[in-house]
Write a protein that binds this ligand. Structure first.
Ligand code: PLP
Length: 227
């Protein structure tokens, strides 16, 4: 299958999953995860109508920012080292992976130099797996509170990556837990904080994630093929 055909198929599956869950399909956005993929693949996806792309590595994203002239929107979804934030300041629309206050402070500082505000999600490690980034659930509440005080950061929601399962249904409890945590944080009514985005669901489990409230699904393999 071509990239274009894959995108059409994924969009159709997103629509069907949303409608099956009695949700408006327009409330679910597809983030095409283009890590390790060449610029030509990204351009092919863009020509097929895809506008939002997710990247994991700064050293890969920076050359792509220079190379790709199309009007795409970049999201940063990978583990982010504070000393690399400067390379993407003002150039990504959303960072999905804020998991500690020192990182939030550096994003705030770098976007502040540009007089801009960076939209971020707090990454939560619901499963507690040692190999995964993200805060604990209690840590997420604290991190949202502290980030809310930074003038050049705007917290828009939460992100998680459940453990890998062959059965997409096995990931459901993690998606439910992230949604509940977002509801809990919403009820705290922290000034300037919105819990409108839930970034959850990948190639193998995005339909389950949509059933549980995902607003951003991050899909790589099902669009671009095996990495
Ligand atoms: C690679 C990656 C994805 C995409 O995974 P696929 O299984 O290829 O769809 C999504 N989110 C994150 C954080 C990733 O690193």
């Amino acid at each position: 299958m071509t990239i274009s055909a894959n995108i059409a198929m994924i969009n159709e599956r997103i629509r069907a999953a949303a409608e099956g869950a009695e949700r408006d399909p327009a409330t679910v956005r597809l983030v095409a995860v283009s890590k390790t993929r060449p610029a030509t693949d990204i351009c092919a996806a863009f020509l097929a109508g895809q506008t939002v792309f997710g990247e994991n590595y700064i050293q890969e994203l920076v050359p792509k920012l220079a190379e790709i002239r199309e009007d795409v929107q970049w999201h940063f979804i990978g583990h982010l080292q504070s000393n690399k934030v400067k390379y993407i300041a003002g150039r990504v629309a959303l960072i999905h992976s804020v998991d500690r206050i020192s990182l939030a402070q550096e994003i705030d500082r770098q976007w502040g130099r540009l007089g801009k505000v960076c939209d971020v999600l707090i990454q939560v490690n619901i499963s507690g797996e040692a190999t995964k980034s993200g805060t604990t659930e209690a840590g997420a509440i604290q991190l949202v509170r502290e980030s809310a005080l930074l003038p050049n950061i705007s917290v828009k929601g939460l992100m998680t990556m459940p453990p890998f399962f062959d059965d997409p249904d096995a990931a459901r409890p993690y998606f439910i837990e992230l949604r509940r945590l977002a509801e809990t944080i919403s009820e705290l009514q922290i000034a300037g904080v919105e819990m409108k985005e839930l970034s959850m669901g990948m190639s193998g489990d995005f339909e389950t994630a949509i059933q549980e409230g995902a607003t951003l699904v991050r899909i790589g393999t099902a669009i671009f093929g095996e990495r």
